[in-house]
Design a protein around this ligand. Sequence first.
Ligand code: NDP
Ligand code: PMR
Length: 398
Amino acid sequence: MALQAATTTSFLPSALSARKEGAVKDSAFLGVRLGDGLKLETSALGLRTKRVSTSSVAIRAQAPAAVSSPTATPASPSGKQTLRKGTAVITGASSGLGLATAKALAETGRWHVVMGCRDFLKASRAAKAAGMEKGSYTIVHLDLASLDSVRQFVGNVRRLGMPVDVVVCNAAVYQPTAKQPSFTADGFEMSVGVNHLGHFLLARELLADLTSSDYPSKRLIIVGSITGNTNTLAGNVPPKANLGDLRGLASGLDGVSSSAMIDGGEFDGAKAYKDSKVCNMLTMQEFHRRYHGETGVTFASLYPGCIATTGLFREHVPLFRLLFPPFQKYITKGYVSEEEAGKRLAQVVSDPSLTKSGVYWSWNNNSASFENQLSEEASDPEKAKKVWELSEKLVGLA
Ligand code: NDP
Ligand code: PMR
């Protein structure tokens, strides 16, 4: 479909994506398995293939506010140079952390947010409901479960004609109750396919754009998590993240000729998510090692706190969704609101004091940021290199 003028540009899905929804495993809450009597009704849930017709969806992106202008504009009445508006690309900005971050950035008036979302109408409604000003954001279609869609997204972002100053790889799926794996359009197990491989291709492609940006602090941020770090209590709740010798990843995670799991083991949706987060954190460090010196881009990851109310837990059993927020608020005290988590990620995007590259940021109880320690596996440079090399083969970059 041809692109129209910037104010009415349409960005449409490029490929089919097959997504298996919520097959329910033996229900478990907080690591404790419930009895058979408490199993959920699963008959209504099944494999569903969703075709998105590019001709039947009329999608409209919000008008970009300011298009490419020099980094410093000597236009202020005081004669002081003012920084131009930055452009931040955020994936999965239609809900939860991504939306809260988009809102926090847009509200400052200093950022234009490109929201990379798989459901345009949901994103559009969410941005409006959050009170984001028209003109402070542009929604561009992105389905990370399709490498074609990722490539198309990159092309569409470039066609906006805006600089790319910050990229935030935020979107994720979590399928803790799935009995069987589901797969992306390219045949990768869904959690690793979306959370890691889709973002890996996106980040690799947009690195050139970041590099050529004239913004003073260019950043690539990949959202990580405590649950991928086995040096924490949360990371020791079974099933634990473990990439093993990467034999499943090496064989393509297709669940047919190989296991759907990175370590080659039996499918476990919760573990697949945690493994994908380890890949996210390893990828950030490998980017740092390979490209920080050459490009000046800051590479960072973070654990924003436990945002127990987001859509991430939509596929979990209802009892979990009911008890998880109070458990995190009153027992672990690890809970943060979406708004607070959004402010934290917005800080990693724009705070002048968070320019250090290769860092995994966390926040203490007073909401002060600090450089956190990653687990042995999530900071293993050999593993990072191997994950990088195998991932580039899978996404067609090597
Ligand atoms: P949400 O489910 O609210 O947000 C996830 C976003 O990802 C949604 O916008 C969703 O889109 C999008 N998404 C999912 N699949 C795709 C896809 N195939 N293509 C494009 N977008 C997709 O969860 P959170 O806000 O909690 O999660 C955001 C990030 O924070 C994740 O990386 C997660 O791992 C991380 N995190 C979350 C924690 C928490 O406690 N919630 C703790 C630590 C880290 P849609 O709206 O269409 O479903
Ligand atoms: Mg966890 C300080 C303790 C702490 C923190 C910060 C979290 C965060 N969790 C903690 C402890 C515990 N959790 C304990 C003691 C248990 C066993 C009772 C427990 C259980 C638990 C479950 C079953 N926790 C969970 C689950 C999930 O399904 C969530 C998950 O793993 O998603 C991948 C989860 C989480 N706990 C967290 C955070 C941040 C999550 C979810 C989000 C994520 O990592 O992205």
